[in-house]
Design a protein around this ligand. Structure first.
Ligand SMILES: NC(=O)c1ccc[n+]([C@@H]2O[C@H](COP(=O)([O-])OP(=O)(O)OC[C@H]3O[C@@H](n4cnc5c(N)ncnc54)[C@H](OP(=O)(O)O)[C@@H]3O)[C@@H](O)[C@H]2O)c1
Length: 284
């Protein structure tokens, strides 16, 4: 593998994938809507709805880390032509970030998953559960609640989520990109244990000393709360629907993917909280 194009290379998982590859001596070309060159990597501006940015991005690369266009209900319409263009330019391997909530039979990213499986020579699909980083990513509504000192509000009830560290998603992704033998499968990536949001609030309180609580609401109420917070209604409904799925138990079962693919165990939630005490509000 000589060069890997990392879409979303400035984002949470892509930046970590690029760092791992760099440490292994593999050049990554970082692509982002506002990407800039760094010291020992090259970078390229890549915007999904600006097709003129696609061909320069895939020039002279052998593998692509694929991130979907944000908030696009029909990502296949944009992604499939890009995948075809990349294959014509010589790309053999695609590793796409999807989600544990999206199965291969689903519409949306499920459609791209099927396209990769059926039409590309080498592929893998990453299906991570909920990111631990949602609690510290200032764009995320959970991190916003913590920063504002208000309860975490979900429609998950008392059901559990197998939170995963973005570092582990990237570690699995990097292996899928550069292992000699292509994985040719979907990886459901989780942390080593699952927690309810009540338990999340309890661990946050214990480790940071800042009292945290969780309030369980109905799916319909969560939609209204998201809308009031400025989230567009269609996306608010999608987010609340994902909580409903959790409430039904869909995210409760941890997998051993991280250990199997990387040889080292997935990071646990408590140690994530300990490492991120400052981002979680503890004064230095
Ligand atoms: N959070 C969760 O719990 C969770 C769980 C499962 C799956 N996921 C999936 O994870 C994905 C997000 O991944 P992430 O957290 O690694 O990314 P991220 O941190 O949200 O970063 C987004 C990246 O995409 C780039 N980007 C934004 N708009 C773009 C556009 N129009 N064209 C091209 N690039 C664009 C950004 O580039 P610039 O910075 O240059 O703008 C940035 O590098 C989503 O698809 C989500 O569904 C999330």
């Amino acid at each position: 593998m000589r060069r890997v194009l990392v879409l979303g290379g400035t984002g949470q998982t892509g930046s970590r994938v690029a760092t791992i590859l760099r440490n292994e001596g593999i050049t990554s070309r970082i692509a982002g809507a506002q990407a800039r060159a760094e010291t020992d990597t090259d970078a390229v501006r890549f915007v999904w709805n600006d097709r003129s940015t696609h061909e320069p991005a895939v020039r002279d690369v052998q593998a692509v880390y694929l991130l979907a266009p944000p908030l696009d209900p029909k990502p296949a319409e944009t992604m499939v032509p890009f995948i075809d263009l990349a294959m014509r330019a010589g790309v053999r391997r695609f590793v796409m970030l999807s989600s544990s909530a999206v199965d291969v039979t689903d519409p949306g990213l499920g459609e791209v998953h099927r396209y990769l499986r059926d039409h590309t020579p080498e592929w893998a699909v990453l299906r991570p559960s909920w990111f631990m980083q949602n609690l510290v990513d200032p764009r995320h509504f959970l991190a916003k609640s913590l920063a504002a000192g208000v309860p975490l509000v979900t429609a998950t009830g008392t059901s559990k989520v197998r939170f995963v560290d973005a570092d582990d998603i990237a570690r699995v992704g990097a292996r899928a990109l550069v292992d000699e033998r292509s994985h040719d499968k979907a990886h459901v990536i989780t942390g080593p244990a699952a927690f309810s949001y009540d338990e999340v609030a309890a661990i946050l309180t214990e480790v940071t000393g800042i009292p945290r609580t969780h309030v369980a609401v109905s799916t319909a109420e969560l939609v209204e709360r998201h809308v009031e917070a400025g989230i567009p209604r269609a996306f608010a409904e999608l987010l609340a629907g994902l909580d409903e799925r959790i409430r039904g138990g869909a995210e409760a079962e941890p997998t051993s993917t991280v250990l199997e693919v990387t040889g080292t165990p997935a990071r646990d939630f408590r140690s994530f909280v300990e490492r991120n005490r400052e981002a979680l509000g503890v004064r230095p």
